[in-house]
Structures are given as structure tokens and as C-alpha cells.
Design a protein around this ligand. Structure first.
Ligand SMILES: [Zn+2]
Length: 466
């Protein structure tokens, strides 16, 4: 089934390849070869994780990372580099403990969920109620969790494209308020991750306006298994202590541009996010993404290429903490959003790219034919049409301003073993896979920026005005 889909999906790309004699673009081929061989992107990532390390939005480290990255871009030869600052809540992790205290003392590997409220000093001690799915908790009668700690042990399914995440992450994002509505005093979830290690996965939680804010934390997968087994035998009491703090601060987004030679106002936007969770050093999430976007542009600079349109590299400053900050970029750029030709974000580690999605209506364009020819030798053998998800930071400009998206599918089979854990470190990035990503993004950015393709017009329904 899977093999069949791969083959059939690849066919249109192959047809395009053989259907046009003048498709081989030597400039793009040279660019891809040079980008594949360059160490600049990997060095950027290595130095970011070494010289700065963890950089949660609003922290001094995140602000330092922005200044550091801007300096790198200036030295790399970008025409223009600037910082964009906006207010965020800086959430600082404190001491955290989770212990089973009955029937027998056992320590659990725990991490507070990002933006969780702390527990009262001294912690919370209560009997647990275990739910094997988020839906089971939702179905629990109102008031049935009064004075209890709710536990959700729903598992995340491993998939190459990471689709298990969208399903499992509901318990992390919305679980605390659902549990609070049933009367719970705290929520503990199984980590949203596919590993079997004793490392908890953090990540943002969002409180609903109509429920009390209760403390929330994730325990490692093996600890969730333990709690399930123990609860099946009889009453279990848990003690949870979280000492995190929140303060007002500023996030910083870094922007670097290669100015277009003919249409500088038209922008091809490629991006990643510079902020990270602070348990690891933010190598795969998303140091890799900013290294890929910046590395792609750097390869174009190194080739001495001057595209017709502007290439804008954006290193977003607050992806991990959600909606408001995304709106900050959208609000600041709403006026020029019509000039953003296409946007993409690399935010899924450095796993090999194996497919690409371009905006609706554009698959037959000269741009898509050239892109296919450029990235097929890099192992990207499936070109799809109708990209609708290009990354959390560009959803705002896509949904509100209609900016077309490009989306490169990466092999994320192992991404969620590491994601948001202390294990998100440089050694998890394969330099060759990172280089393949950079070469694909460089090919895309060059071809989109040096063409006249109008993705909005191509996606307009037949018969409508251009
Ligand atoms: Zn990310």
C-alpha cells in the first residue's frame, strides 16, 4: 500500500521531468551541489547549541540567541538584517517532583508543561484517577474528579510524517482545563512522544477561560505504564510539586534579507523558529530549522546569485508558546502580506526531505518543473499540489492574508522520540541529512525568487479575474 502510493505519487513528477526538454536549470543544479557540500548550516547549528543552548522565549538566552544569529547573518553577507521585538510571558521552569506516595514511594520522571501554573508551595497530594484516553476524561461526569489528580495515559502513534502528534497532543494542550472542569486539582499526562526512555516531554498547555487553572505536568512513557499498572491494582496517591514562575518579557524575531534585483518588494519567505524548550539545547526543535533556512540563503549568497525577488529568512522568536506571538508577525506585516509570494517554515528536525507540496494550481508551472528537476536528484521524488500547512509561525499570514505556502515533507519517524525532551541535542542531527534539507530549500528559494510565478493567480478558480 505504502509502496504503491509512493510510486503513483512520484509519477506526475517524472512525467513533468521527461515532458520538457529545457528543464535542467544548471544554476539550480550547481546551487544544490554547493549547498549539499557546505558546512555553514551545520556550523551555525553547532555554535547555536554550544554558545547559547536552551532558549525559551522571553529568556535572556533567547534574546542573546537573536543578537548572536543577527550577527551571523550580517557576517554571512545578507543585504539587510534586523530584529523584531514583541511582548511575551516568560515562563521559567523551577524545581519539579512527582512521587507515588501510596501504596509505596516511587519517584517519577516529570516535567511541568510549559506555562503551567505552579503547585502551592509544599505541593499537592491526592489520589489519582487514570484515563487511558483524553476522550475518556472528557466523558467523565462533572464533579467526578473533585479533589483528585487526573492522569491521562493516551499513547502517541509513531508515523513517518508525525501525524500521531496532532492526535495525542490534545491531552497536553487542552487536558488541564478539561480536568479542572471535572473538579481535578492537577493533571498528569503521559508524555506526548514515541520513545521508551525515562525522559518526559514538555510543551505548551493552554488554559480555557472558563475553568480554574490547575498545575499540569508530563511523566515519561515508562512512568505512565507504571501508573497504569499500579492503578489497576488499587488506590494510588501522588504528590506533585512544581515551582515554575511567569514574568513579563520580550521575544525577538530575527529577519535577514537578500534584496531582489528586479522586484525587491516581492518576498519569498523561508523560516524556522529560534526559541526552544529548555530541557535540551533545541537542536532538532528548531535549531535545525533556522540553520536550514539561513543555510539555504547563505548558499545562494555564496554562489553570487541575485534573484529577481527578495529572499527573506525569518527566525521566529516565540513558536513554542503559541498563538499570540504568531499574531505579532502577522500584525506587523499585514500591510505587505500581499507581497509575500510564498512562505515556508522548516520545523520538523533535520530528517531527510522526501516530498514537497506546492500551492494549488502551480504543479504545471515552469517553476514547479524546474523545482522538480532540481530536487529529484536530492531524493525528493514526490511533488504534490495543495499545500495548506507550512508551519505554526506562518499559519497567521496564510489564514488571514492568504499567503501561499510551500511544505516539504521530512522523515520524522524518530522525531518524537526526542522532541521537547532533555535529549534534544546536537548529536541527534545527521550533518548529511541537514545538508540535504539545506540544498532542497536553497533550490526552492532560488527558483521561486528568480521566477515570475504568481501562486495566487494560479490557485484562483478558472474563469475568475486574475
Ligand atoms: Zn518547533
Amino acid at each position: 500500500m505504502k509502496l504503491f502510493r509512493r510510486l503513483s505519487s512520484a509519477l506526475p513528477a517524472l512525467v513533468l521531468l521527461s515532458g520538457g526538454a529545457a528543464l535542467a536549470d544548471d544554476t539550480a543544479a550547481d546551487l544544490a551541489a554547493k549547498a549539499s557540500a557546505s558546512h555553514w548550516g551545520y556550523d551555525f547549528l553547532a555554535d547555536l547549541t554550544t554558545d547559547i543552548g536552551p532558549r525559551i522565549s522571553g529568556s535572556k538566552a533567547a534574546q542573546d540567541a537573536a543578537a548572536w544569529a543577527a550577527d551571523r547573518l550580517k557576517k554571512a553577507g545578507f543585504d539587510e538584517v534586523h530584529l523584531e521585538k514583541f511582548p511575551v510571558t516568560y515562563w521559567a521552569r523551577g524545581a519539579e517532583e512527582a512521587d507515588i506516595v501510596q501504596p509505596r514511594l516511587q519517584h517519577l520522571a516529570v516535567a511541568a508543561l510549559g506555562h503551567s501554573v505552579p503547585t502551592p508551595s509544599g505541593g499537592i497530594e491526592a489520589e489519582v484517577v487514570v484515563f487511558k484516553s483524553f476522550q475518556a476524561l472528557r466523558d467523565a461526569p462533572d464533579g467526578s474528579l473533585k479533589g483528585r489528580i487526573a492522569v491521562i495515559t493516551q499513547r502517541m502513534v509513531r508515523a513517518q510524517n508525525g501525524e500521531g502528534y496532532g492526535i495525542a497532543v490534545g491531552s497536553r494542550v487542552a487536558g488541564p482545563s478539561e480536568a479542572a472542569k471535572k473538579g481535578a486539582v492537577a493533571l498528569v499526562i503521559r508524555s506526548v512522544g514515541t520513545d521508551h526512555h525515562r525522559l518526559p516531554h514538555t510543551g505548551l498547555t493552554l488554559y480555557a477561560k472558563d475553568a480554574p487553572k490547575i498545575p499540569a505536568a508530563a511523566i515519561s512513557n515508562p512512568d505512565a505504564d507504571l501508573l497504569e499498572r499500579m492503578a489497576a491494582k488499587g488506590p494510588v496517591k501522588l504528590r506533585l510539586k512544581l515551582e515554575n514562575k511567569s514574568t513579563d518579557s520580550q521575544a525577538v524575531t530575527v529577519v535577514g534579507e537578500i534584496k531582489g534585483r528586479e522586484h525587491p518588494e516581492q518576498v519569498v519567505l523561508i523560516s524556522g523558529h529560534l526559541d526552544s524548550w529548555e530541557l535540551g539545547t533545541g537542536a532538532i526543535d528548531d535549531g535545525a530549522g533556522v540553520a536550514i533556512a539561513a543555510g539555504a540563503a547563505k548558499a545562494i549568497i555564496d554562489q553570487g546569485l541575485h534573484p529577481k525577488r527578495t529572499i527573506r529568512v525569518v527566525m521566529f522568536g516565540a513558536e513554542e508558546i503559541g498563538g499570540g506571538p504568531v499574531d505579532a508577525y502577522e500584525a506587523a506585516h499585514a500591510k505587505e502580506a500581499g507581497n509575500i509570494v510564498i512562505a515556508g517554515e522548516s520545523d520538523f528536525g533535520a530528517g531527510r526531505i522526501y516530498n514537497a507540496a506546492v500551492p494549488a494550481g502551480s504543479l504545471g508551472s515552469p517553476f514547479a518543473k524546474q523545482l522538480t528537476a532540481a530536487i529529484l536528484p536530492l531524493g525528493v521524488d514526490m511533488l504534490h499540489e495543495g499545500s495548506s500547512h507550512g508551519g505554526a509561525d506562518i499559519e497567521g499570514i496564510h489564514e488571514k492574508d492568504g499567503v501561499p505556502l510551500v511544505d516539504f515533507g521530512q522523515d520524522g519517524t524518530h522525531y518524537f522520540d526526542i522532541h521537547h525532551t532533555a535529549d534534544d541535542t546536537l548529536d541527534k542531527v545527521d550533518p548529511a541529512e541537514l545538508a540535504q534539507n539545506i540544498a532542497v530549500w536553497a533550490s526552492f528559494a532560488w527558483l521561486a525568487a528568480d521566477s515570475d510565478v504568481d501562486f495566487r493567480a494560479l490557485s484562483a478558480p478558472a474563469g475568475s479575474a486574475k
